[in-house]
Ligand binder design. Sequence first.
Ligand SMILES: Cc1cc2nc3c(=O)[nH]c(=O)nc-3n(C[C@H](O)[C@H](O)[C@H](O)COP(=O)(O)OP(=O)(O)OC[C@H]3O[C@@H](n4cnc5c(N)ncnc54)[C@H](O)[C@@H]3O)c2cc1C
Length: 177
Amino acid sequence: LLFTHRGLSGPGVLQISSYWQEGTPIRLNLAPDMNLPERLQEAKLRSKKLLSNELATLVPSRLAEAWVSQEPALQRTAADVPDKALNKLAEALSNWQLTPTGSEGYRKAEVTLGGVDTRDLSSQTMESKQAGLYFIGEVVDVTGWLGGYNFQWAWASAHACAQALPSQSKIEPAAQL
Ligand SMILES: Cc1cc2nc3c(=O)[nH]c(=O)nc-3n(C[C@H](O)[C@H](O)[C@H](O)COP(=O)(O)OP(=O)(O)OC[C@H]3O[C@@H](n4cnc5c(N)ncnc54)[C@H](O)[C@@H]3O)c2cc1C
């Protein structure tokens, strides 16, 4: 997840954008690999450091600073932060709810949803119900997850289609462009 000057980005956000419906809220866990309430309580029991420094060992330091700077009750040593404020912080970071105001749209899109319905295509050859008309890659209603699956689909469907196309020598001269 990246915080950019225009908003949230990064692979995680690109991935969920395929599922997001405009106007609906999303929930983000900014500390996914740990039990954050437990870790903050542990810090409270043993630490004389500022809470922001303790938090910076659990999430990126600039995120820790930015979050803590919004709440005076958190701007103390970990031991002095009231339980209520600590629990609120843990909940906010591990279950951060927000409603994005929009997306970058097609200008920045890396993959599109929708396209030619796969039910109208042969899964062996990519030929449509209109004989001799084939569809491959992005134009088909196949959406790959991030990680190269869209390239994979483009190449694999192209390969299947190319295998099925009549070879050049078999095309009647009149049909050649
Ligand atoms: C910024 C960006 C980053 C991406 N990163 C990844 C990634 O990391 N991994 C991944 O798996 N996928 C990624 N994708 C998606 C991936 O690039 C596409 O899914 C894939 O390229 C689709 O291949 P395609 O051949 O179906 O279509 P395209 O690659 O779009 O090819 C279509 C071609 O048709 C040409 N064309 C259009 N109209 C006409 C016409 N009328 N006559 C002749 N030619 C025409 C176009 O110029 C284009 O060359 C990314 C896409 C973008 C935009």
